[in-house]
Design a protein around this ligand. Structure first.
Ligand SMILES: [Zn+2]
Length: 302
């Protein structure tokens, strides 16, 4: 089905688009290869004060757009502390007096853009609820893309909506960048989301996902296929092994070369999570990896 309002190719930064009776989406003006058309900020609540999910980058234009769409804010929720999701929280909190709510700082060092300015007035753990005038959001701790990642579940007019942050995206692939990102946790949390019977996913990037069951099935299959390609390339590299950059040339040959540095993060996350791969320096992106699988095990495998 077509979602209400403009599709992903038509969404305009700063203009609120209705997503459901309780939810509006405001696209931030930060398009890039990693953020797609930009970060989605969601405004929840038909009656003020509303709850803001992911205020996005610290950008005066975006702050102005949020304040004109939602002059009264009851709470500011942050899915995780990457630079395209949380830095706008401080300015929005200063302008509205609303508390900033999130999991807290990342648990491990990150190679991704981390928002060191992030301060939470209220720390949220798995299962905690945030109440608005006409809505209730439940936090789900979903580490994987980031160790402090939260999704938020909303029951809205008989529909179960999931605000997925960067756990699930529409139109681009989620990057898992160690050490803070963790592929095993990520896949576990995708399975968990899959088991919740969500009707629609509202991602941090891209348009609403109207068919979560199909989308998550395809996403898990895509992840499994990519992991198989990385591990097969490692077998082919022989006893001397290979670095993530070398494996990406083979296993991500179908992905534009401009994205290979980011793909190397995902290859690294796959290798760290696999019992088939070993490295003398698994915490370093440029370390060499070797396969535990013998080359003879290869024939007959895709
Ligand atoms: Zn992120």
């Amino acid at each position: 089905m077509d979602g209400p309002g403009p599709g992903p190719g038509e969404a305009q930064a700063g203009l609120p688009v209705p997503v459901s009776p309780l939810v509006r989406r405001v696209l931030a003006p930060n398009p890039s290869a990693l953020t797609g058309r930009g970060t989605n900020t969601y405004l929840v609540g038909a009656r003020p004060p509303c709850t803001v999910i992911d205020p996005g980058p610290a950008d005066e234009r975006h702050l102005g757009a949020l304040l004109s769409a939602a002059p009264e804010v009851g709470a500011i929720l942050v899915t995780h502390t990457h630079g395209d999701h949380s830095p706008g929280a401080a300015g929005l909190a200063a302008a509205t007096g609303a508390p900033v709510c999130g999991f807290g700082p990342m648990l491990r060092p990150s190679v991704e853009r981390h928002d060191d300015t992030f301060r939470a007035d209220r720390l949220l753990a798995d299962g905690d609820a945030v109440e608005g005038a006409d809505h209730r959001l439940v936090a789900l701790h979903t580490p994987g893309h980031a160790s402090n990642h939260l999704c938020f579940l909303l029951e809205d007019g008989g529909e179960r909506l999931l605000f997925a942050g960067d756990h699930v995206m529409q139109g681009s692939t989620v990057v898992i960048a160690p050490l803070d990102g963790d592929m095993t946790e990520y896949l576990d949390q995708l399975e968990r989301i899959r088991s919740l019977g969500i009707d629609r996913i509202l991602p941090g990037h891209g348009a609403p996902i109207d068919d979560p069951a199909v989308h998550l099935r395809d996403l898990l299959a895509h992840r499994a296929a990519r992991a198989a390609r990385v591990l097969a390339a490692l077998v082919d590299a022989g006893p001397l092994g290979a670095t993530c950059d070398e494996l990406v040339e083979v296993a991500y040959a179908d992905v534009p070369a401009t994205l290979h540095p980011v793909a190397a993060y995902s290859a690294w996350a796959i290798l760290r999570a696999s019992s088939e791969a070993t490295s003398d320096c698994p915490d370093a992106l440029d370390g060499a990896w070797r396969s535990n699988r013998s080359a003879e095990a290869r024939p007959g495998q895709a």
